[in-house]
Design a protein around this ligand. Sequence first.
Ligand code: C2O
Ligand code: CU
Ligand code: CU
Length: 485
Amino acid sequence: MKNKKINRRIFFQRLGVGVGSTYLLQNCMSNMNHGTSDPVPVASDATFKNILKIPETLSNPTTFIAQSVQDTIMDGKTVKYLGYRNGLLGPTIRMQKGSTFNAKLTNQLAEHTNIHWHGLVIPADMDGHPDQMVMANESFNYRFTLNQQAGTNWYHPHVHGTTAKQVTQGLSGLFIVETPEEKALNLPSGTFEIPLVIQDKRFNTDGTIKYSPTMMEVMSGYLGDNILVNGTASPYLNVSTRFYRFRILNGSTARIYNLALSNGAEFYIIGSDGGILEKPETVKETLLGSGERLDILIDFSNIAINTEVFLESKTFSGMGTAQGTQAFKILKFIVNKQESNTFKLPASLIPLPNLSGSNKKRSFSLTMTMNMSGGMHRINNKVFSSQRIDETVNLGSTETWEFDNSTGDEPHPMHIHGVQFQVLSRIGGRNTLFPHEKGWKDTVLVAPKEKVQVIMKFEQKGKFVFHCHNLEHEDDGMMLNFEVK
Ligand code: C2O
Ligand code: CU
Ligand code: CU
């Protein structure tokens, strides 16, 4: 492999050391090439003894205070992190289509921050573009009206260069949009509708959340060795013998999960990032990249009382060398209450409009280079610059964008602001569209060797970004601007 050798040499040069001059670096490189760097420890079933926290749900939040907080989230250990209110992760916002969100973000951190409303189709000046910073001790009022289909969206800071750090340290939350159409489906709700924000983190011995990727981890992704759900380590949830709805967010910076149930049972995908599917899709496992969401139903009705079932991540291949090498458990369900199940899986859900009449096609090459100047991860060989408009799009137009990872060997979950798109095709690599890609999406996993095409209509004016949602890659500059006018 000639290329690999060249890359390796340039890599060492960039670090300012001779080839093979330190054992540590060699070890690092060999981990990268052979995929043994995944640090999740194999936990025993008995360790899942922390009750799953459910972030508070608010239908009309008015204040978000980005601040340092501390709390016991890890087996009685005090953890220091960043929060918007109380608790790791902000509140789950649940609002109706047509209503207006109006809340003030106050920045009590020592650094600048902002909030991006990931998945919401809202005006550019409210989107939390990396240009729109809220400086320390300042505040900003976010105000926008929701005008999109029902879906599971989320929010997080978007500070170029420190997005990954701020998200890892606790700043993010879910933003659910509801519509009467969705309500009419009578899906499991209330205590039977549970948000699951899955994140991997590393901790320092002093209880702070560690975020310090090496150059190698900027490439492979910074993989944490603790898997948290809703900020709870080793969580369990008591469930009854009936259908539940889980709204799942992969809120990790880089980790991809291959979600499955430990009893091998099927589950039903009813929604994707920004919308409900046309019909439930039955699966036994599904990959979820960083930033992607999944709306699923699990049927516990035929499970005997006192049975434990785990939500787990199975191994997978084809997503680069560092990811998918280990299987691990995420959340323990304890079936502990008999209930008669009256819910029937609907045959159809919400029709998906056909986005036809695309009048322009753009293609974006996704590459990794060891070039000394600027970031390593690039789109069309460019590194993010806030001053440069990379693409200009006509307001109201429908376009097809292709993400071309055909020469790459890292996965890139590509995300576009200001729109919800539909995935048209995947050529090369896995060569197929997956069940959770049959609805509204704003983030799509582009594996090595793949070209993925998406179609969307641009209905918001102004300057937005699109980028890789591997947050190490994003902070490294794998992000471009587009302007709709
Ligand atoms: Cu979730 Cu531009 O990000
Ligand atoms: Cu976004
Ligand atoms: Cu990437």
